[in-house]
Structures are given as C-alpha cells and as structure tokens.
Design a protein around this ligand. Structure first.
Ligand SMILES: Cc1cc2nc3c(=O)[nH]c(=O)nc-3n(C[C@H](O)[C@H](O)[C@H](O)COP(=O)(O)OP(=O)(O)OC[C@H]3O[C@@H](n4cnc5c(N)ncnc54)[C@H](O)[C@@H]3O)c2cc1C
Length: 429
C-alpha cells in the first residue's frame, strides 16, 4: 500500500493533477524507470521527448521522496564539484574544470525551459544569497565571486558587506554575502508533479503505488512489481536514498541522511519584507548549514542540520526554532505550522553515482543535499546514455567511489562520525 505524502507545506499546497494508477498486469516498453522523484521523472521527460516508450514505476506517489520535501533552492553547486574536477581530469584532462563549470548551470536551464515549455506552475523565482557565517568565510565567497566574473557572470553576482546585507536579509548575524541572480527557488513538489504530467502528455506511462520488488536480468530485463511486470530493453534505477535494489552491486556506496525542515505560519506582508526584502533564498557557509526562503504565501521555509545516521527525529521543529530565532529575533513568537523530514542519498566523496548494474540496467543516485538542479542534469545525461550518447555518462561512471564493506546501519554510523569530525574542524575554518 502506497504511503501518503508526509504532512509538509508542499503536500498541503500541491497542485491537483490527474491521478496515476497502480500497475496490474504486463507492459512492454523501451525503458523502465524505477522511482518517480526528480531523477526518474526528469529522465522520463527527456526520453519521451526523444520518442522513447517509457514506463515509470513509483512505490508511493510522484515526488513522495526528497523531491517533494526539500528546501526548493536551485543552487549552482554540485556538492562535490572540487572532487569531480580532480577525478574527471583522468578522462578530460585540462577540460575537466570547464566541464564541471558548465554542468553547474545546466540544471537551471533545463528547469527554466521545462517550466516555460509545459506551463508548470511552481512559484519559480530567481535570486539567492550565500552568507558568510564567520569572518574567516568571507575569502571563500570572494573567490567564488572572482570565478563567476571570470566566467562572464559579472552582471548576475555581487559581493555585499556590512549594513548593505540588510537589503537582502533582515539579520545581523552574517559578515558578508554573495548575491547570485541566476540561482532560483521554487515549489519542488509542484515542479515534480508538473514534469510528470509533461512526461505523460508525451506518452510516458506512469504508475504509482507500485513498488518494484525485483529486477530479473537478461537480454530484456523484467521489472517485477507486486501485481505486474514490465519488460524493457533498458532499466534505470532512480530510487536514491529510498531504494534497496541491486544490493550486491550498490552495497556500501550510498548512505541516506535525514534532513529536517519546517514552514512557519504565513507572515504579515511587512514582516516578510523585513525578513527577506528581495524574496531571495539564503544559505550560509557552514558545512552543515541553515537554508531558508519565503514560500509564495509568505511562510518562512527553514531547513537546518543533517542527521547522517539516517534515523528519524522525535521532534523535528525542536532544533529549528532556536536557529530561526537566532537568525531573526523578530520571529520569536512565530508559529511553526509544518515540520517534516526526508532522506537524501549521501556519497562519501560527494560525486553523484552513475553506472551500470548490468549492460542494460543503469543507476543514478547520490546528490548529497544538492539534488534539484543535479537530478535534472543527471536526467539529461542518463537519457543521452540510454539512447546511445554516453560521453557525459562515461565521465561520471569513471569516478572512483568509496565502498564501505559494512551494511547501511554501520555505514551511516561511520558517515555520522566522519561528519562530526568535519563539523568540529570547521570551527577552525
Ligand atoms: C529536507 C531536504 C531538503 C533538501 N533541500 C534541497 C535544496 O534546497 N536544494 C537542492 O538542490 N536539494 C535539496 N535536497 C536534495 C534533493 O531533494 C534530492 O537530492 C533530490 O530530490 C533527489 O531526487 P531523486 O529523484 O533522486 O530521489 P527521491 O526524490 O528521494 O525519489 C526516490 C523515490 O524512489 C521511490 N522508490 C524507492 N524504492 C522504490 C522501489 N522499490 N520501487 C519504486 N519506487 C521506489 C520512493 O518512493 C521515492 O519516491 C533536500 C533534500 C531533503 C530531504
């Protein structure tokens, strides 16, 4: 039985879409995609646009996982961009840095174009500020600013210091900030639902309430569900932090971390304007950071912290309230109306994992908290690889990944220990 959406702001304000049914019986197609989050749905749109017969099989509902629960911040960072540059050098030589730079912004174009092309209503807005939490973090932002200018983004970025920060965020806790007008924020569940409708309009068949129980490998693999099966030429596993398929091949590579997030009651217009005067999204420079933005109906959507053990919290809002009030003392009485959490797949080197289980069964996962733009980039790369152009896929597939020779439980604890160490050393940054 499918799980309902968690009680989030997103689920409460989701656009109604046509219903999807569960799979009962047998279906034949070119490509079967396991999971209906951004990775699965973005790949389905790309494939359907190329005329490929696609079937998507989602265990719960479209956007039920991280894709429908996140902070909605479309950042130009790929989480592991430095590690990617180092590793991709083996395949791309000196072009690796340019390859990663272009990739950083590719997801923005895909999302913007798709929203316009299919008329998806998802509150898309431009503008972010990354804020220096410590004076010692300012240099990193200035380096980022120089890099963006060197790549021709001078009219989209700006360094802001001192009292000028108040033009963007109503707090005194930051020391500087880099404004980025190319970055975006949006209602992520509505984006995912809109893309699913786009895929369906192009002929993709989408089934929900349909967990995949196993994949039978062969010349034409079979994807088996509780009440049906799909025969396909190729299969993509896109269940990220929520799936347990292909345990042999994928064991010890991906660790689901739990991220909590809250949405306040609606703020009066003048208060909302004092908190975020330009309606930009903000995140800080810490390794485990605070990130927030206003929703279309003027709630503060605030995320903070990551539980690398992957366990659920007893009281999601408890650590958020002090973080909100520290940032915005003017919100000390604000009510938290929604609190929820979700799981995202973390990779130890922070590079997304793309590869093959067998020649015709692919996987794509692991965006380490930066998955909105990245999942769309990966969707394009996977669709290209599945239809015969594997240049970018091969670059990712050549990356070396840590594989911990322990189960998920112990792996998550090892990850939590490593991250605890990072956070401690961060005080020295
Ligand atoms: C609280 C939170 C805040 C975040 N904030 C941001 C942010 O602001 N910006 C950003 O860029 N990223 C953010 N992220 C990360 C981003 O949301 C994810 O990286 C991205 O959505 C992953 O998409 P996905 O499709 O790969 O996985 P998911 O969206 O998690 O989808 C996986 C799907 O697989 C399905 N599934 C699992 N097993 C099976 C099976 N056997 N059969 C069929 N289906 C199956 C699940 O039901 C689920 O729907 C955040 C994540 C969380 C949790």
């Amino acid at each position: 039985m499918a799980e309902a959406y968690c009680k989030s702001y997103y689920a409460a304000s989701a656009n109604g879409t046509g219903q999807f049914s569960r799979l009962e019986g047998e279906v034949d197609c070119d490509v079967a995609i396991v999971a209906g989050g951004f990775t699965g749905i973005a790949t389905a749109v790309e494939l359907a646009e190329r005329g490929v017969r696609v079937v998507v099989l989602e265990a719960n509902r479209i956007g039920w996982g991280a894709s429908g629960r996140n902070g909605g911040q479309v950042t130009g960072s790929l989480s592991g961009d430095k590690a990617m540059e180092r590793q991709f050098r083996r395949k791309l030589g000196d072009e690796a840095a340019d390859f990663v730079w272009r990739l950083r912004w590719r997801g923005h174009d895909i999302i913007k174009n798709r929203v316009a092309k299919y008329g998806i209503s998802c509150d898309l807005k431009h503008g972010h500020m990354q804020a220096a939490y410590q004076p010692s973090h300012i240099g990193e932002l200035e380096e980022m600013y120089r890099l963006a200018c060197a790549h021709g983004m001078g009219d989209e970025v700006e360094m802001v210091y001192g009292a000028d920060l108040h033009q963007y965020v109503g707090t005194d806790i930051y020391h500087a900030g880099i404004v980025n007008r190319r970055n975006m924020h949006l209602h992520s569940l509505n984006l995912c639902l809109g893309e699913a409708e786009a895929a369906r309009s192009l002929g993709a068949q989408i089934f929900t309430d349909t967990p995949v129980t196993k994949i039978v490998h062969g010349d034409r693999p079979e994807v088996v569900t509780e009440k049906g099966r799909v025969r396909a030429d190729k299969v993509l596993i896109a269940g990220n932090g929520y799936h347990h398929l292909a345990p042999g091949k994928l064991a010890g590579m991906l660790f689901p971390a739990t991220l909590g997030i809250v949405a306040t009651e609606q703020l009066p217009e003048d208060l909302a304007r004092r908190v975020l005067p330009q309606d930009f999204a903000v995140y800080d420079t810490r390794f485990v950071l605070d990130y927030y933005r206003l929703t279309a109906d003027r709630r503060l959507l605030f995320g903070s912290g990551t539980n690398y053990k992957g366990t659920q919290s007893r009281d999601i809002g408890a650590p958020m309230r002090p973080a909100i009030v520290k940032t915005f003392p003017q919100l000390s009485d604000v009510k938290i109306e929604f609190a929820w959490e979700g799981q995202d797949g973390i990779t130890i080197n922070r590079i997304p994992q793309l590869g093959n289980v067998t020649a015709n069964v692919f996987y794509a996962q692991g965006y380490s908290g930066h998955g909105i733009a990245t999942s769309h980039i990966i969707g394009e790369i996977m669709a290209a690889a599945i239809t015969g152009d594997s240049r970018d896929f091969d670059v990712f597939a050549s990356a070396w990944h840590w594989r911990l020779p322990v189960g998920r439980y112990l792996g998550n604890r090892a990850l939590a220990l490593g991250m605890w160490y990072f956070q401690k050393t961060e005080a020295l940054r």
